[in-house]
Design a binder for this molecule. Structure first.
Ligand code: HEM
Ligand SMILES: [Cu+2]
Length: 479
Protein backbone atom coordinates (compact mmCIF):
# COMPACT_ATOMS: atom_id res chain seq x y z
CA UNK A 1 0.00 0.00 0.00
CA UNK A 2 1.48 3.33 -0.96
CA UNK A 3 2.62 5.75 1.70
CA UNK A 4 1.71 9.40 1.80
CA UNK A 5 4.17 11.62 -0.02
CA UNK A 6 4.47 14.53 2.35
CA UNK A 7 6.69 14.05 5.43
CA UNK A 8 5.10 17.05 7.15
CA UNK A 9 1.63 15.51 6.82
CA UNK A 10 3.01 12.27 8.20
CA UNK A 11 4.64 14.08 11.10
CA UNK A 12 1.44 16.03 11.77
CA UNK A 13 -0.72 12.91 11.73
CA UNK A 14 1.65 11.28 14.22
CA UNK A 15 1.37 14.25 16.59
CA UNK A 16 -2.40 14.27 16.31
CA UNK A 17 -2.68 10.53 16.94
CA UNK A 18 -0.20 10.48 19.82
CA UNK A 19 -2.12 13.27 21.55
CA UNK A 20 -5.44 11.64 20.77
CA UNK A 21 -4.52 8.24 22.17
CA UNK A 22 -2.87 9.53 25.35
CA UNK A 23 -5.63 11.99 26.20
CA UNK A 24 -8.18 9.28 25.38
CA UNK A 25 -6.71 6.94 27.99
CA UNK A 26 -6.63 9.68 30.62
CA UNK A 27 -10.23 10.70 29.89
CA UNK A 28 -11.39 7.08 30.00
CA UNK A 29 -9.77 6.76 33.41
CA UNK A 30 -11.75 9.84 34.46
CA UNK A 31 -14.90 8.09 33.21
CA UNK A 32 -14.13 5.06 35.35
CA UNK A 33 -13.53 7.30 38.39
CA UNK A 34 -16.98 8.87 37.91
CA UNK A 35 -18.60 5.43 37.76
CA UNK A 36 -16.67 4.18 40.78
CA UNK A 37 -17.95 7.18 42.72
CA UNK A 38 -21.54 6.82 41.52
CA UNK A 39 -21.31 3.12 42.36
CA UNK A 40 -20.09 3.89 45.90
CA UNK A 41 -16.85 2.01 45.37
CA UNK A 42 -14.78 5.12 46.01
CA UNK A 43 -15.68 8.45 47.49
CA UNK A 44 -14.76 11.77 45.91
CA UNK A 45 -16.32 15.14 46.74
CA UNK A 46 -19.05 16.48 44.44
CA UNK A 47 -16.66 19.33 43.57
CA UNK A 48 -14.16 16.81 42.24
CA UNK A 49 -16.85 14.79 40.48
CA UNK A 50 -17.97 17.83 38.50
CA UNK A 51 -14.43 18.87 37.71
CA UNK A 52 -13.74 15.41 36.36
CA UNK A 53 -17.05 15.34 34.47
CA UNK A 54 -16.24 18.68 32.85
CA UNK A 55 -12.77 17.51 31.85
CA UNK A 56 -14.09 14.16 30.57
CA UNK A 57 -16.82 15.79 28.45
CA UNK A 58 -14.69 18.44 26.78
CA UNK A 59 -11.64 16.17 26.61
CA UNK A 60 -13.49 13.38 24.83
CA UNK A 61 -15.12 15.72 22.35
CA UNK A 62 -11.68 17.23 21.76
CA UNK A 63 -10.08 13.83 21.25
CA UNK A 64 -12.75 12.79 18.76
CA UNK A 65 -12.24 16.04 16.86
CA UNK A 66 -8.43 15.72 16.80
CA UNK A 67 -8.56 12.11 15.61
CA UNK A 68 -11.22 12.95 13.02
CA UNK A 69 -9.14 15.85 11.74
CA UNK A 70 -6.07 13.63 11.36
CA UNK A 71 -8.15 11.22 9.26
CA UNK A 72 -9.67 13.98 7.15
CA UNK A 73 -6.35 15.71 6.47
CA UNK A 74 -4.44 12.53 5.74
CA UNK A 75 -6.85 11.31 3.07
CA UNK A 76 -7.83 14.69 1.67
CA UNK A 77 -4.17 15.46 0.99
CA UNK A 78 -4.18 12.61 -1.52
CA UNK A 79 -6.76 14.40 -3.66
CA UNK A 80 -6.04 18.05 -3.03
CA UNK A 81 -2.85 20.03 -2.66
CA UNK A 82 -3.21 21.41 0.86
CA UNK A 83 -0.64 23.18 2.98
CA UNK A 84 0.27 21.09 6.04
CA UNK A 85 1.20 24.25 7.94
CA UNK A 86 -2.53 24.90 8.43
CA UNK A 87 -2.88 21.36 9.79
CA UNK A 88 -0.18 22.17 12.35
CA UNK A 89 -1.65 25.59 13.21
CA UNK A 90 -4.90 23.87 14.12
CA UNK A 91 -2.94 21.41 16.25
CA UNK A 92 -1.15 24.23 18.05
CA UNK A 93 -4.42 26.06 18.77
CA UNK A 94 -5.89 22.82 20.13
CA UNK A 95 -2.93 22.23 22.43
CA UNK A 96 -3.04 25.80 23.76
CA UNK A 97 -6.79 25.45 24.24
CA UNK A 98 -6.43 22.14 26.06
CA UNK A 99 -3.77 23.53 28.40
CA UNK A 100 -5.93 26.55 29.29
CA UNK A 101 -8.93 24.27 29.84
CA UNK A 102 -6.99 21.92 32.11
CA UNK A 103 -5.62 24.83 34.16
CA UNK A 104 -9.15 26.24 34.41
CA UNK A 105 -10.54 22.97 35.72
CA UNK A 106 -7.79 21.65 37.94
CA UNK A 107 -6.14 24.83 39.21
CA UNK A 108 -9.15 27.17 39.29
CA UNK A 109 -12.04 24.76 39.93
CA UNK A 110 -14.10 25.38 36.80
CA UNK A 111 -16.75 22.64 36.88
CA UNK A 112 -19.83 23.87 34.97
CA UNK A 113 -19.73 20.93 32.50
CA UNK A 114 -18.32 21.20 29.00
CA UNK A 115 -21.58 22.79 27.80
CA UNK A 116 -20.80 25.98 29.84
CA UNK A 117 -24.48 26.92 29.69
CA UNK A 118 -25.01 30.64 30.19
CA UNK A 119 -25.31 32.12 32.83
CA UNK A 120 -23.63 29.27 34.74
CA UNK A 121 -20.06 30.43 34.05
CA UNK A 122 -20.86 33.79 35.68
CA UNK A 123 -22.81 32.21 38.56
CA UNK A 124 -19.93 29.93 39.45
CA UNK A 125 -17.46 32.80 39.58
CA UNK A 126 -19.16 33.79 42.85
CA UNK A 127 -17.89 30.56 44.39
CA UNK A 128 -14.62 30.03 42.54
CA UNK A 129 -13.54 33.41 41.22
CA UNK A 130 -13.43 34.63 37.63
CA UNK A 131 -10.16 33.09 36.50
CA UNK A 132 -11.41 29.51 36.08
CA UNK A 133 -14.38 30.51 33.93
CA UNK A 134 -12.34 32.93 31.84
CA UNK A 135 -9.51 30.46 31.20
CA UNK A 136 -12.00 27.76 30.24
CA UNK A 137 -13.94 29.99 27.85
CA UNK A 138 -10.77 31.38 26.26
CA UNK A 139 -9.45 27.83 25.91
CA UNK A 140 -12.54 26.68 24.03
CA UNK A 141 -12.47 29.85 21.94
CA UNK A 142 -8.85 29.37 20.84
CA UNK A 143 -9.51 25.74 20.06
CA UNK A 144 -12.49 26.77 17.94
CA UNK A 145 -10.51 29.45 16.12
CA UNK A 146 -7.93 26.81 15.10
CA UNK A 147 -10.69 24.75 13.49
CA UNK A 148 -12.22 27.80 11.87
CA UNK A 149 -8.89 28.76 10.27
CA UNK A 150 -8.53 25.21 8.98
CA UNK A 151 -12.06 25.01 7.59
CA UNK A 152 -11.84 28.42 5.88
CA UNK A 153 -8.54 27.45 4.31
CA UNK A 154 -9.95 24.13 3.08
CA UNK A 155 -13.07 25.90 1.79
CA UNK A 156 -10.81 28.20 -0.22
CA UNK A 157 -8.91 25.27 -1.68
CA UNK A 158 -12.06 23.36 -2.59
CA UNK A 159 -13.64 26.42 -4.20
CA UNK A 160 -10.50 26.94 -6.27
CA UNK A 161 -10.24 23.28 -7.29
CA UNK A 162 -13.91 22.42 -7.84
CA UNK A 163 -15.45 25.81 -8.59
CA UNK A 164 -17.57 26.03 -5.43
CA UNK A 165 -18.69 24.11 -2.38
CA UNK A 166 -21.90 23.13 -4.22
CA UNK A 167 -19.75 21.46 -6.85
CA UNK A 168 -17.60 19.64 -4.27
CA UNK A 169 -20.87 18.40 -2.73
CA UNK A 170 -21.81 17.01 -6.14
CA UNK A 171 -24.64 19.38 -7.12
CA UNK A 172 -23.74 18.97 -10.79
CA UNK A 173 -24.62 15.31 -10.54
CA UNK A 174 -27.71 15.81 -8.40
CA UNK A 175 -29.30 18.82 -10.08
CA UNK A 176 -27.74 19.20 -13.51
CA UNK A 177 -27.81 15.60 -14.59
CA UNK A 178 -24.05 15.32 -15.02
CA UNK A 179 -23.14 11.70 -15.71
CA UNK A 180 -20.58 9.57 -13.96
CA UNK A 181 -19.40 9.81 -10.37
CA UNK A 182 -19.02 12.86 -8.16
CA UNK A 183 -15.95 14.07 -6.25
CA UNK A 184 -14.15 11.49 -4.06
CA UNK A 185 -16.01 10.68 -0.81
CA UNK A 186 -13.23 12.36 1.20
CA UNK A 187 -13.93 15.62 -0.64
CA UNK A 188 -17.71 15.36 -0.23
CA UNK A 189 -17.42 14.64 3.48
CA UNK A 190 -14.93 17.45 4.03
CA UNK A 191 -17.25 19.92 2.30
CA UNK A 192 -20.13 18.85 4.52
CA UNK A 193 -18.03 19.26 7.64
CA UNK A 194 -16.74 22.68 6.55
CA UNK A 195 -20.28 23.99 6.05
CA UNK A 196 -21.81 22.57 9.22
CA UNK A 197 -18.94 22.93 11.62
CA UNK A 198 -17.96 26.48 10.62
CA UNK A 199 -21.56 27.48 11.35
CA UNK A 200 -21.33 25.67 14.68
CA UNK A 201 -18.07 27.28 15.71
CA UNK A 202 -19.26 30.77 14.80
CA UNK A 203 -22.38 30.21 16.93
CA UNK A 204 -20.15 28.95 19.72
CA UNK A 205 -17.76 31.88 19.44
CA UNK A 206 -20.64 34.36 19.76
CA UNK A 207 -21.98 32.79 22.92
CA UNK A 208 -18.50 32.34 24.41
CA UNK A 209 -17.57 35.97 23.79
CA UNK A 210 -20.95 36.97 25.27
CA UNK A 211 -20.22 34.88 28.35
CA UNK A 212 -16.72 36.34 28.71
CA UNK A 213 -18.10 39.90 28.52
CA UNK A 214 -20.79 38.96 31.03
CA UNK A 215 -18.16 37.73 33.49
CA UNK A 216 -15.95 40.77 33.06
CA UNK A 217 -18.91 43.13 33.33
CA UNK A 218 -22.11 41.52 34.69
CA UNK A 219 -24.11 44.50 33.40
CA UNK A 220 -23.64 43.00 29.93
CA UNK A 221 -26.15 40.17 29.62
CA UNK A 222 -27.50 37.86 26.95
CA UNK A 223 -30.94 36.41 26.47
CA UNK A 224 -30.49 32.99 28.15
CA UNK A 225 -32.75 31.27 25.63
CA UNK A 226 -30.78 32.64 22.69
CA UNK A 227 -27.57 31.66 24.45
CA UNK A 228 -28.86 28.11 24.85
CA UNK A 229 -29.72 27.95 21.15
CA UNK A 230 -26.22 29.06 20.19
CA UNK A 231 -24.56 26.75 22.71
CA UNK A 232 -26.36 23.65 21.50
CA UNK A 233 -25.98 24.58 17.85
CA UNK A 234 -22.27 24.57 18.65
CA UNK A 235 -22.11 21.48 20.87
CA UNK A 236 -24.43 19.29 18.82
CA UNK A 237 -22.89 20.04 15.44
CA UNK A 238 -19.29 19.94 16.68
CA UNK A 239 -19.86 16.43 18.08
CA UNK A 240 -21.59 15.31 14.90
CA UNK A 241 -18.80 16.69 12.75
CA UNK A 242 -16.29 14.41 14.46
CA UNK A 243 -17.99 11.35 12.98
CA UNK A 244 -18.36 12.90 9.55
CA UNK A 245 -14.61 13.51 9.50
CA UNK A 246 -13.72 10.09 10.90
CA UNK A 247 -16.01 8.17 8.53
CA UNK A 248 -13.67 9.11 5.67
CA UNK A 249 -11.42 6.33 7.02
CA UNK A 250 -14.21 3.80 6.37
CA UNK A 251 -14.46 4.82 2.73
CA UNK A 252 -10.76 4.95 2.09
CA UNK A 253 -9.59 1.92 4.02
CA UNK A 254 -12.32 -0.51 2.99
CA UNK A 255 -11.85 0.55 -0.63
CA UNK A 256 -8.16 -0.10 -0.39
CA UNK A 257 -8.48 -3.47 1.33
CA UNK A 258 -11.00 -4.74 -1.21
CA UNK A 259 -9.33 -3.05 -4.20
CA UNK A 260 -12.76 -1.74 -5.09
CA UNK A 261 -12.96 2.04 -5.35
CA UNK A 262 -15.66 3.71 -3.21
CA UNK A 263 -17.33 5.97 -5.75
CA UNK A 264 -19.74 8.80 -5.00
CA UNK A 265 -22.83 7.75 -6.89
CA UNK A 266 -26.01 9.80 -6.90
CA UNK A 267 -27.50 8.17 -3.79
CA UNK A 268 -24.27 8.83 -1.91
CA UNK A 269 -24.24 12.49 -2.94
CA UNK A 270 -27.91 13.03 -2.11
CA UNK A 271 -27.37 11.45 1.30
CA UNK A 272 -24.48 13.73 2.14
CA UNK A 273 -26.39 16.78 0.97
CA UNK A 274 -29.40 15.81 3.05
CA UNK A 275 -27.26 15.27 6.13
CA UNK A 276 -25.58 18.65 5.59
CA UNK A 277 -28.94 20.34 5.78
CA UNK A 278 -30.39 18.22 8.60
CA UNK A 279 -27.32 18.49 10.81
CA UNK A 280 -27.76 22.25 10.81
CA UNK A 281 -31.43 22.05 11.75
CA UNK A 282 -31.79 19.55 14.52
CA UNK A 283 -29.92 20.87 17.54
CA UNK A 284 -33.32 22.00 18.89
CA UNK A 285 -33.78 18.43 20.15
CA UNK A 286 -31.70 19.69 23.09
CA UNK A 287 -34.45 22.21 23.83
CA UNK A 288 -37.44 19.91 23.84
CA UNK A 289 -37.88 20.63 27.56
CA UNK A 290 -37.89 24.40 27.05
CA UNK A 291 -41.54 25.42 26.84
CA UNK A 292 -40.61 28.91 25.61
CA UNK A 293 -39.25 27.54 22.33
CA UNK A 294 -41.87 27.80 19.56
CA UNK A 295 -43.54 24.46 18.86
CA UNK A 296 -42.68 24.53 15.14
CA UNK A 297 -39.01 24.65 16.03
CA UNK A 298 -39.32 21.64 18.29
CA UNK A 299 -41.20 19.75 15.62
CA UNK A 300 -38.40 20.49 13.16
CA UNK A 301 -35.94 19.29 15.80
CA UNK A 302 -37.90 16.11 16.26
CA UNK A 303 -38.75 15.24 12.68
CA UNK A 304 -35.31 15.92 11.31
CA UNK A 305 -33.58 14.20 14.19
CA UNK A 306 -35.14 11.02 12.88
CA UNK A 307 -33.88 11.86 9.44
CA UNK A 308 -30.53 13.41 10.32
CA UNK A 309 -27.88 10.76 10.43
CA UNK A 310 -29.93 8.26 8.50
CA UNK A 311 -29.06 9.09 4.87
CA UNK A 312 -25.30 9.03 5.36
CA UNK A 313 -25.48 6.11 7.75
CA UNK A 314 -27.52 4.06 5.30
CA UNK A 315 -25.33 4.74 2.28
CA UNK A 316 -22.23 4.12 4.34
CA UNK A 317 -23.38 0.94 6.07
CA UNK A 318 -24.90 -0.41 2.86
CA UNK A 319 -21.85 0.65 0.88
CA UNK A 320 -19.56 -1.02 3.40
CA UNK A 321 -21.50 -4.28 3.18
CA UNK A 322 -21.52 -4.18 -0.62
CA UNK A 323 -17.85 -3.36 -0.99
CA UNK A 324 -16.89 -6.15 1.40
CA UNK A 325 -19.31 -8.74 0.01
CA UNK A 326 -17.43 -11.44 -1.90
CA UNK A 327 -14.37 -9.23 -2.12
CA UNK A 328 -12.05 -11.72 -0.46
CA UNK A 329 -11.11 -8.92 1.94
CA UNK A 330 -8.32 -9.64 4.37
CA UNK A 331 -9.51 -8.97 7.90
CA UNK A 332 -6.89 -7.40 10.10
CA UNK A 333 -6.93 -4.74 12.80
CA UNK A 334 -7.70 -1.81 10.51
CA UNK A 335 -10.37 -3.39 8.33
CA UNK A 336 -12.13 -5.09 11.23
CA UNK A 337 -12.11 -2.02 13.49
CA UNK A 338 -13.45 0.17 10.70
CA UNK A 339 -16.08 -2.39 9.78
CA UNK A 340 -17.18 -2.80 13.40
CA UNK A 341 -17.26 0.97 13.86
CA UNK A 342 -20.14 1.04 11.36
CA UNK A 343 -22.21 -1.03 13.74
CA UNK A 344 -21.28 1.17 16.68
CA UNK A 345 -22.47 4.15 14.72
CA UNK A 346 -25.74 2.55 13.61
CA UNK A 347 -26.42 1.10 17.07
CA UNK A 348 -25.76 4.49 18.67
CA UNK A 349 -28.35 6.18 16.52
CA UNK A 350 -31.21 3.95 17.62
CA UNK A 351 -31.51 5.19 21.24
CA UNK A 352 -31.14 8.76 19.92
CA UNK A 353 -34.06 8.32 17.60
CA UNK A 354 -36.14 7.04 20.50
CA UNK A 355 -35.05 9.94 22.69
CA UNK A 356 -35.75 12.55 20.04
CA UNK A 357 -39.45 11.71 20.28
CA UNK A 358 -40.94 14.56 22.29
CA UNK A 359 -43.11 12.41 24.60
CA UNK A 360 -40.26 10.03 25.33
CA UNK A 361 -37.85 12.91 25.70
CA UNK A 362 -39.78 14.44 28.55
CA UNK A 363 -39.15 11.25 30.52
CA UNK A 364 -35.73 10.26 29.23
CA UNK A 365 -33.80 13.39 28.42
CA UNK A 366 -32.05 14.01 31.66
CA UNK A 367 -31.42 10.36 32.37
CA UNK A 368 -28.40 8.23 31.64
CA UNK A 369 -30.20 7.11 28.51
CA UNK A 370 -28.62 10.06 26.74
CA UNK A 371 -25.01 9.28 27.70
CA UNK A 372 -25.94 5.70 26.75
CA UNK A 373 -26.70 6.86 23.23
CA UNK A 374 -23.72 9.09 22.65
CA UNK A 375 -21.22 6.72 24.25
CA UNK A 376 -22.38 4.10 21.73
CA UNK A 377 -21.82 6.17 18.63
CA UNK A 378 -18.82 8.06 19.96
CA UNK A 379 -17.05 5.18 21.68
CA UNK A 380 -17.83 2.29 19.35
CA UNK A 381 -18.24 4.53 16.30
CA UNK A 382 -15.92 7.54 16.17
CA UNK A 383 -13.26 6.25 18.57
CA UNK A 384 -13.25 2.84 16.87
CA UNK A 385 -12.73 4.59 13.52
CA UNK A 386 -9.81 6.55 14.98
CA UNK A 387 -8.23 3.44 16.51
CA UNK A 388 -8.68 1.65 13.19
CA UNK A 389 -6.98 4.54 11.44
CA UNK A 390 -4.09 4.44 13.92
CA UNK A 391 -3.42 0.86 12.86
CA UNK A 392 -3.92 1.61 9.20
CA UNK A 393 -1.51 4.53 9.35
CA UNK A 394 1.16 2.44 11.02
CA UNK A 395 0.68 -0.35 8.54
CA UNK A 396 0.69 1.88 5.46
CA UNK A 397 3.40 4.31 6.50
CA UNK A 398 5.44 1.81 8.50
CA UNK A 399 5.65 -1.92 8.69
CA UNK A 400 3.12 -2.91 11.34
CA UNK A 401 1.57 -6.35 11.02
CA UNK A 402 -1.53 -7.76 12.62
CA UNK A 403 -0.83 -9.93 15.63
CA UNK A 404 -2.92 -12.07 17.96
CA UNK A 405 -2.71 -9.43 20.66
CA UNK A 406 -4.60 -7.05 18.34
CA UNK A 407 -7.46 -9.50 17.90
CA UNK A 408 -7.54 -9.75 21.67
CA UNK A 409 -7.56 -6.01 22.36
CA UNK A 410 -10.17 -5.29 19.69
CA UNK A 411 -12.49 -7.97 21.11
CA UNK A 412 -11.87 -6.67 24.61
CA UNK A 413 -12.67 -3.11 23.55
CA UNK A 414 -15.98 -3.92 21.85
CA UNK A 415 -17.19 -6.49 24.37
CA UNK A 416 -16.71 -4.21 27.34
CA UNK A 417 -17.81 -1.05 25.60
CA UNK A 418 -21.11 -2.85 25.12
CA UNK A 419 -21.00 -3.36 28.90
CA UNK A 420 -20.55 0.37 29.54
CA UNK A 421 -23.31 1.53 27.23
CA UNK A 422 -25.56 -1.34 28.30
CA UNK A 423 -25.20 -0.19 31.92
CA UNK A 424 -25.96 3.42 30.91
CA UNK A 425 -29.02 2.50 28.84
CA UNK A 426 -30.30 0.22 31.58
CA UNK A 427 -29.80 3.02 34.13
CA UNK A 428 -31.68 5.37 31.82
CA UNK A 429 -34.57 2.96 31.52
CA UNK A 430 -34.93 2.88 35.32
CA UNK A 431 -34.82 6.70 35.31
CA UNK A 432 -31.36 7.27 36.79
CA UNK A 433 -30.64 10.96 36.20
CA UNK A 434 -27.48 11.93 34.34
CA UNK A 435 -24.86 14.21 35.89
CA UNK A 436 -25.49 13.25 39.48
CA UNK A 437 -22.40 12.77 41.59
CA UNK A 438 -24.24 10.67 44.16
CA UNK A 439 -26.55 7.79 43.30
CA UNK A 440 -29.40 6.10 45.19
CA UNK A 441 -28.68 2.56 46.51
CA UNK A 442 -31.00 0.99 43.91
CA UNK A 443 -28.94 2.49 41.06
CA UNK A 444 -25.43 1.58 42.10
CA UNK A 445 -25.39 -1.91 40.59
CA UNK A 446 -25.53 -0.46 37.07
CA UNK A 447 -22.68 1.92 37.96
CA UNK A 448 -20.56 -0.94 39.25
CA UNK A 449 -21.13 -2.97 36.09
CA UNK A 450 -20.22 0.13 34.08
CA UNK A 451 -17.07 0.74 36.13
CA UNK A 452 -15.87 -2.85 35.76
CA UNK A 453 -16.50 -2.76 32.01
CA UNK A 454 -14.70 0.58 31.89
CA UNK A 455 -11.58 -0.92 33.44
CA UNK A 456 -11.36 -3.46 30.62
CA UNK A 457 -11.99 -0.82 27.97
CA UNK A 458 -9.15 1.26 29.40
CA UNK A 459 -6.95 -1.84 29.33
CA UNK A 460 -7.82 -2.55 25.70
CA UNK A 461 -7.10 1.06 24.75
CA UNK A 462 -3.76 0.99 26.55
CA UNK A 463 -2.82 -2.18 24.64
CA UNK A 464 -3.72 -0.61 21.31
CA UNK A 465 -1.86 2.57 22.19
CA UNK A 466 1.28 0.66 23.19
CA UNK A 467 1.15 -1.17 19.87
CA UNK A 468 0.74 2.14 18.06
CA UNK A 469 3.71 3.77 19.79
CA UNK A 470 5.90 0.69 19.54
CA UNK A 471 5.45 0.45 15.78
CA UNK A 472 5.86 4.17 15.10
CA UNK A 473 9.64 3.94 14.97
CA UNK A 474 9.35 2.33 11.55
CA UNK A 475 7.36 5.22 10.19
CA UNK A 476 9.85 8.06 10.46
CA UNK A 477 12.43 6.46 8.18
CA UNK A 478 10.54 5.64 4.99
CA UNK A 479 11.85 2.41 3.50
C1 HEM B 1 -13.91 3.94 29.36
C2 HEM B 1 -14.76 4.64 28.67
C3 HEM B 1 -15.72 5.65 29.25
C4 HEM B 1 -16.30 5.70 30.48
C5 HEM B 1 -16.13 4.72 31.64
C6 HEM B 1 -17.13 6.88 30.52
C7 HEM B 1 -17.91 7.29 31.60
C8 HEM B 1 -18.70 8.42 31.65
C9 HEM B 1 -19.53 8.81 32.76
C10 HEM B 1 -19.69 8.02 34.05
C11 HEM B 1 -20.14 9.98 32.44
C12 HEM B 1 -21.12 10.76 33.31
C13 HEM B 1 -22.48 10.14 33.21
C14 HEM B 1 -23.50 10.91 34.03
O1 HEM B 1 -24.01 11.92 33.52
O2 HEM B 1 -23.80 10.48 35.13
C15 HEM B 1 -19.69 10.34 31.12
C16 HEM B 1 -20.08 11.48 30.44
C17 HEM B 1 -19.63 11.82 29.19
N1 HEM B 1 -18.78 11.09 28.37
FE1 HEM B 1 -17.90 9.33 28.86
N2 HEM B 1 -17.05 7.53 29.32
C18 HEM B 1 -16.19 6.81 28.51
C19 HEM B 1 -15.84 7.10 27.21
C20 HEM B 1 -16.27 8.21 26.52
C21 HEM B 1 -15.96 8.48 25.14
C22 HEM B 1 -15.14 7.56 24.25
C23 HEM B 1 -16.54 9.68 24.83
C24 HEM B 1 -16.52 10.44 23.53
C25 HEM B 1 -15.65 10.31 22.59
C26 HEM B 1 -17.20 10.17 26.03
C27 HEM B 1 -17.87 11.37 26.11
C28 HEM B 1 -18.60 11.78 27.21
C29 HEM B 1 -19.34 13.03 27.25
C30 HEM B 1 -19.42 14.10 26.15
C31 HEM B 1 -19.99 13.05 28.50
C32 HEM B 1 -20.94 14.14 29.02
C33 HEM B 1 -20.37 14.99 30.10
C34 HEM B 1 -21.44 15.90 30.65
O3 HEM B 1 -22.55 15.44 30.94
O4 HEM B 1 -21.17 17.10 30.73
N3 HEM B 1 -17.01 9.25 27.03
N4 HEM B 1 -18.81 9.37 30.65
CU1 LIG C 1 -27.83 16.77 19.54
Amino acid sequence: MEASGNPLVRRGVIWYLMTTSLVLILMMAFGVIMLLNQGNLINITPEWFYKIMTAHGIGMVGVAALGGTAIMWYFLSKYLKINPVIFLINFTCSIIGVILILIAIFAYDFSDAWTFLYPLPFQSTKAYGVLGALLFLFGVLILGVGYLIMYFYLAGRLIKEYGGLGKSLGWDYIFRGKKGYGPPPAVVATTMVIITNSTAIIAGAIVIIGSILNIINPAITMDPMLAKHLTYAFGHIFCNATIYMAVIAVYEVLAKYTSRPWKSNKAFLIAWNASTLFTLMIYTHHLLMDFAVPTWMLIIGQVFSYANGLPVMVVTAYGALMIVYRSGIKWDFASSLLFLSMFGWVAGAIPAIIDATIVVNHVMHNTKWVPGHFHTYMGMGVIAMILGFMYYFNKTEGSMKHSRIDTFSISLFFTFFVGIVGSFLYAGSISVPRRWAEHMPEWVLSDQVGALSGVFVVLATILMTIRFFACLKNVERPS
